[in-house]
Design a protein around this ligand. Structure first.
Ligand code: NAD
Length: 477
């Protein structure tokens, strides 16, 4: 059986210890499984120096050679899938099979971006004779990146893939609560022969690291995934130093269920999807707006499916939904359910912590919530499904757009007219119809409104990691 790795910083191509440690907790039994090092100021300075040299070397490496290193690292991660998935389940709690899928997804991000990095074409602008206008796309420089705990491997993968494929160097501060996912990535790149300093991995006190790295002259892009509140804070800090940002923030995904579909089939896939990662996904389907004609049948089928979800330790092959990743989520969910109940909503199943050891919380279904219920406008970031009736698709679109969030949105319909109205009217970065998959490596992903700024993945994903330079060249003076 694999073991949980010892946790170190990765700076300038070397693994480094740090004096202080923060405990890493297994959310299934609350045992301490490791100590994550806290980088000192001197170690951050070392990372900055290393990243400057890493950028000098990597930005001058041909895109084909860069792609070869990234693909080799991805191949190593695929070979090590069991070991990486084991670490993820231990530190995050998700079922082992879901952890394996996360590793595959992370590898797909690397593989897609490695190929895209070779197609970062500029252009030649038609001009009068004697002068050439050439538009170059060049790597932006060193990236300061911050990744969260909900996908310990695929979240840092997205940012490292974008930076490295574009020819940038990166200092990434991955989550202190789930550090091993990023550590396995760094190990694979070290073994794949990535030049020293191109990828640097640090941990510590998040606010101290971000406030130190962002103002540095060599930091040219701030890439963050996490809550809207922290994203706004980092964007303010970045704006004081005129740094561009890439912000993937919170969501509160609406699901519009039209009355031309089979409500039982739509409810079953929705409940299964809601349980993925215990709902701790920024694209998790959350606010269900169901047309009245099929409302009760959809609700009954959803509740019946939710009651079948087996909650337990992610290492148990029978488990379908693991514990929540930390105690904060339990507190947040219990508060949202209590508020909904007090405001007259119906709690059909779940709603309370399971047991008192491990952060287990069942798939919870709440219906008929008033608009002022907190859960209807605060992102639950957990296994909470909110189901309400609507009289028309137009009304559902209005409710879907009523929040400041606009990340993922979903709909079930076989009507071309409904689909067209939804595609035009929904305010979100992605709309998925008859599927609850919001993003894959080849499609652009990101939000509008408070859900963030910029796109990762797809042909658009590398744009933030590059600058556009126009070269005007007259043949004679
Ligand atoms: P939080 O707001 O305390 O932290 C969110 C993330 O930001 C964490 O990874 C944290 O380490 C990091 N962070 C916090 N302050 C920072 C700073 N000053 N500089 C740099 N990084 C900083 O919330 P939390 O309890 O960890 O997570 C709960 C909320 O976060 C959820 O409600 C959800 O909205 C959001 N979240 C979103 C995603 C996503 O994929 N968009 C992922 C994880 C969490």
């Amino acid at each position: 059986m694999p073991s949980y790795p010892s946790l170190n910083l990765f700076i300038g191509g070397d693994w480094m210890k740090a004096k202080d440690g923060l405990p890493v907790v297994n959310p299934a039994d609350e045992s301490v499984i490791g100590q994550v090092p806290v980088a000192t100021r001197a170690q951050l300075d070392l990372a900055l120096t290393a990243a400057a040299e890493g950028f000098r070397v990597w930005s001058r490496t041909s895109p084909a050679k860069r792609a070869a290193v990234i693909l080799k690292a991805a191949a190593l991660m695929r070979e090590r899938i069991d070991e990486i998935a084991f670490s993820i389940t231990l530190e995050h709690g998700k079922p082992y099979q879901q952890a394996r899928l996360e590793v595959i997804r992370g590898c797909e991000f690397f593989e897609w971006d490695a190929a895209e990095g070779q197609r970062a074409y500029g252009r030649v602008i038609p001009s009068e004779p004697g002068i050439r206008y050439v538009v170059l796309h060049q790597p932006i420089g060193m990236v300061a990146a911050f990744s969260p705990w909900n996908f310990p491997m695929s979240q840092p993968a997205r940012k490292i893939a974008g930076a490295l494929a574009a020819g940038c160097s990166i200092i990434i501060k991955a989550s202190e609560e789930t550090p091993a996912g990023a550590l396995h990535i760094a190990r694979a790149f070290q073994d794949a022969g990535l030049p020293a300093g191109v990828l640097n991995l640090v941990f510590g006190i998040p606010s101290e690291i971000s406030s130190y790295l962002i103002p540095q002259a060599q930091t040219r892009l701030i890439a963050f995934t996490g809550s809207t509140a922290v994203g706004k804070h980092l964007t303010e800090l970045a704006s004081r130093h005129m740094k561009p940002v890439l912000m993937e923030l919170g969501g509160h995904a609406p699901v519009i269920v039209c009355d031309d579909v089979d409500p039982v089939a739509a409810a079953k896939v929705s409940a299964v999807r809601k349980a993925r990662n215990a709902g701790q996904v920024c694209t998790s389907p959350t606010r269900f707006f169901v047309q009245e004609a099929i409302y009760e049948r959809f609700l009954d089928a959803f509740v019946a499916q939710a009651r079948t979800v087996r909650v337990g330790d992610g290492m148990d092959p029978a488990t379908e939904m693991g514990p929540l990743a930390n105690h904060r989520r339990i507190d947040a969910l219990e508060a949202l359910v209590a508020d909904a109940r007090a405001k007259g909503a119906r709690i059909h199943t779940g709603g309370e912590r399971l047991g008192n050891r491990g952060y287990f919380f069942p798939l919870t279904v709440v219906s008929d919530l008033p608009d002022d219920a907190r859960a209807m406008h605060e992102e639950p970031f957990g296994p909470l499904a909110l189901i309400n009736p609507v009289s028309s698709v137009e009304e559902a679109i209005g409710k879907a757009n009523a929040l400041p969030f606009g990340l993922a949105a979903y709909a079930f319909t076989h009507s071309a007219r409904n689909a067209d109205m939804l595609a035009d009217g929904i305010e979100a970065g992605t709309l998925s119809i008859n599927t609850l998959e919001a993003s894959v490596a080849e499609t652009p992903f990101g939000g509008v409104k408070d859900s963030g700024y910029g796109r990762e993945g797809g042909a658009e994903g590398l744009a933030h990691y590059m600058v556009v330079k126009n070269v005007s060249h007259r043949m004679t003076i």
